[in-house]
Design a protein around this ligand. Structure first.
Ligand SMILES: [Zn+2]
Length: 318
C-alpha cells in the first residue's frame, strides 16, 4: 500500500503520522519524548506501534520510517550527535531503530523535515520555500527548486549563528551577538529568566503590563525574527518563508510586532518595499505537524542510508 511513517522528535513531544502514497495523513500519534538514548528510541517505537494499531497493520508493513530530530544529523549513516535537549551526545539512531522495527529508517534534522512537510502541504505552486524555526534555537530549512538544500557541509540555513550585535551576548557557538542570542527560546531564557512553565507567554504578558525589561526583550525578539527573514530572502530569494517553532506560540501579538516592522522597513526603503518581505512570510499551515509529514517524505526523497566503509552501500537499514 506504500504507507510511510514520519516521526518528529521534539524536546518535549514526539509527533508521528502515517501517510499514504499520495502523502495524505492516515493516522497521528503524540507521546512525551523521553530523555537519553534508550528513552528516545522507546518514544519512537511507541508512536509507530500507535499508528500501526490505529490503522490495523503490523509495524513492519510500513514502507519506511523517517525521523526528524534536532541536532547534527549525518543523513548518509543515520547518526545523530549534539541533540543536547534530548540528552543525546551521539546515537546510531537509524541502526538502533531499524533493529527494533524491521523497516528502512531515514533520518534528517528537524528543520529539514519541517521545510519538506511545509512544502508538500502548501502546494507545488512554490518553487522554493524556507522554514524558519524560532524554537529553542534559531535555524532555517531550505527547499530550493523542489529539493532540500543542505550546502557543502550541511550548514545552509544556519542563520542563527550570523552575528548581528558586535557588543552582544556570547553565543554557545563561541561568537558574539549571534541572531540566536536575540531571537530564540535560549535568548529569552537568558535575557528574561522566569520560572513560568510557559516563558514566552509570560514574557508577552509582562511586556503588555508595562515591564520595561520584558518590553525590550520582546521587541528585540521581533527585530531578530525580522532580521532572520530579511537574511533568508536576500540570500536565497525564496518564494515564501514559513515561520514556526515554540516561540511563535506567542501568536497574534508577535505577528503584529512583525507586521509593524515589515511595514516600517518597506516605508523606509524602496528597495525592501520591492522585495516585499511581508508578502512572503506565512504561519505554519494548520493540521498535522508539518515536521512529521516531512519526516514521512524522507523515504521518498533521501538517498538510501549506507554504513560508512561497508559493503552495504546503496541499501537502507532494515
Ligand atoms: Zn552563534
Amino acid at each position: 500500500m506504500g504507507m510511510r511513517v514520519g516521526i518528529d522528535i521534539g524536546g518535549t513531544k514526539t509527533h508521528a503520522v502515517a501517510v499514504d502514497a499520495a502523502g495524505d495523513v492516515l493516522a497521528e500519534s503524540t507521546r512525551p519524548t523521553g530523555r537519553g538514548h534508550e528513552q528516545v528510541l522507546v518514544s519512537a517505537e511507541l508512536v509507530v506501534a500507535d499508528l500501526a494499531g490505529i490503522i490495523g497493520v503490523a509495524p513492519e508493513t510500513f514502507e519506511s520510517i523517517g525521523v526528524g530530530i534536532p541536532g547534527t544529523v549525518d543523513v548518509h549513516t543515520g547518526y545523530v550527535s549534539h541533540a543536547v535537549n534530548l540528552g543525546i551526545e551521539g546515537l546510531d539512531l537509524a541502526v538502533e531503530l531499524g533493529t527494533r522495527i524491521a523497516v528502512p529508517i531515514y533520518l534528517d534534522n528537524d528543520v529539514n523535515a519541517a521545510v519538506l512537510g511545509a512544502y508538500r502541504v502548501l502546494g507545488h505552486d512554490l518553487a522554493s520555500l524556507a522554514y524558519l524555526n524560532v524554537g529553542t534555537g534559531l535555524a532555517a530549512g531550505l527547499v530550493l527548486n523542489g529539493k532540500i538544500h543542505r550546502g557543502f557541509g550541511g550548514f545552509a540555513g544556519e542563520i542563527g549563528h550570523i552575528p548581528v550585535e558586535p557588543n552582544g551576548l556570547l553565543c554557545a557557538c563561541g561568537q558574539i551577538g549571534c541572531l540566536e542570542t536575540i531571537a530564540s527560546g535560549i535568548a529569552i531564557a537568558r535575557r528574561w529568566p522566569t520560572d513560568d512553565s510557559q516563558p514566552i507567554r509570560a514574557l508577552f504578558r509582562a511586556a503588555e503590563a508595562g515591564e520595561p525589561l520584558a518590553q525590550a526583550v520582546r521587541d528585540r525578539l521581533a527585530d531578530g525574527i525580522v532580521d532572520a527573514v530579511r537574511i533568508l530572502v536576500l540570500t536565497t530569494d525564496v518564494d515564501a518563508v514559513v515561520i514556526g517553532g515554540g516561540v511563535m506560540t506567542a501568536g497574534r501579538e508577535l505577528w503584529e510586532l512583525l507586521d509593524q516592522r515589515f511595514t516600517a522597513l518597506a516605508a523606509s526603503s524602496p528597495f525592501l518595499e520591492s522585495v516585499d518581505l511581508r508578502g512572503r512570510v506565512r504561519p505554519v499551515p494548520p493540521g498535522p505537524s508539518v515536521a512529521a509529514i516531512g519526516a514521512a517524505l524522507l523515504g521518498e526523497t533521501h538517498p538510501a542510508l549506507t554504513l560508512p566503509g561497508s559493503a552495504h552501500a546503496g541499501t537502507a537499514f532494515a
